[in-house]
Design a protein around this ligand. Structure first.
Ligand SMILES: Cc1ncc(C[n+]2csc(CCOP(=O)(O)OP(=O)(O)O)c2C)c(N)n1
Length: 274
């Protein structure tokens, strides 16, 4: 349960993550705004209260790990990391430029705080399983969090990893499915309808629950509940809106969009005047 003071802080943090994400993509002129916006509340809860990390020592042994398997949502993760002090805010103006520390997709060798390189969809959960298994073999209490997209969940490798995590009883692993209902070129339901994720995960011997992915209290309760369940991995399905909270992105759900300076200013103004 989040108290009112913390909720207000997390709400401000999520607004700042949105503003800085729009800024990065707006300065570059194009990017993956929709799939970045849909995970903002999740990132706010993770970096605002759930995760153990040290911005001065990003590879700290006792940290919790986040694998953003939908690596194209990097700008939202970068915004959260910059706001928490992992690197200077002026890096926000360098997204996807030559010699940048902030490539369009997450790269652990380029960005402090990015735990794994991602972008080729379908691979992150397998990596997260390996990390979680390593921690449990070492009898360490680090948590591993992984975020996949609903389109990404159509990849076969995801379901191999789901089987593996259940077999190895990885209760130090929490998977978030960003169910924003759209993938690259259509609604997910028109391509391969995933139907009920909760039933699917339960049938693979996972714990599973679905929440409103823009309600931070619901997200936090689901994480707390998942952490208390022993012997099985947990999946939390986030019902989200692609482009959430960004004026121009909510008008269209296109996966990768061009952003004008006027659109960027309009979207940032709207967030700041909420
Ligand atoms: C293996 C692989 N195939 C194709 C792509 C190209 N691609 C990038 S994002 C994307 C759509 C992903 O949809 P979803 O997982 O729903 O993400 P979101 O809606 O959050 O953007 C695709 C097909 C890729 N990055 N990796």
């Amino acid at each position: 349960m989040i108290d009112q003071v913390t909720l207000k802080k997390l709400t401000d943090f999520s607004t700042q993550i949105r503003v800085q994400t729009i800024r990065q993509i707006g300065v570059r002129g194009f990017g993956h705004i929709g799939g970045s916006m849909s995970i903002v509340e999740l990132l706010s809860v993770l970096y605002g209260m759930e995760m153990r990390y040290d911005p001065q020592n990003p590879s700290w042994d006792n940290r919790d790990w986040l694998i953003c398997s939908k690596g194209h949502a990097g700008p939202a993760v970068y915004a959260a990391l910059a706001l928490k002090g992992f690197f200077p805010m002026d890096w926000m103006d360098t997204l996807n430029q030559p010699n940048t520390h902030l490539p369009s997709h997450c790269d652990r060798k380029k960005t402090p705080g990015i735990d794994m390189t991602t972008g080729s969809l379908g691979q992150g959960l397998s990596i997260a399983c390996g990390i979680a298994l390593g921690h449990s073999m070492d009898k360490k209490d680090n948590m591993t969090y992984c975020i996949i997209g609903d389109g990404e969940s159509q990849e076969g490798q995801i379901w191999e990893a789901v089987l593996f995590a259940a077999q190895k009883r990885l209760d130090n692993l929490i998977l978030f499915v960003d169910d924003n209902k759209a993938q690259l070129d259509d609604y997910t339901s028109n391509i391969e309808n995933m139907q009920s994720y909760v039933e699917k995960f339960k049938s693979f011997n996972w714990d599973a629950a679905a929440v409103d992915g823009h309600d931070m209290s619901q997200i936090q309760c689901a994480i707390a509940r998942a952490k208390g369940i022993k012997g099985v991995p947990s999946a939390i399905i986030l019902n989200t809106v692609k482009g959430k909270g960004c004026t121009f992105a909510e008008r269209q759900w296109n996966h990768h969009i061009n952003v004008t300076a006027e659109e960027m200013d309009e979207a940032i103004r709207a967030l700041q005047n909420q």
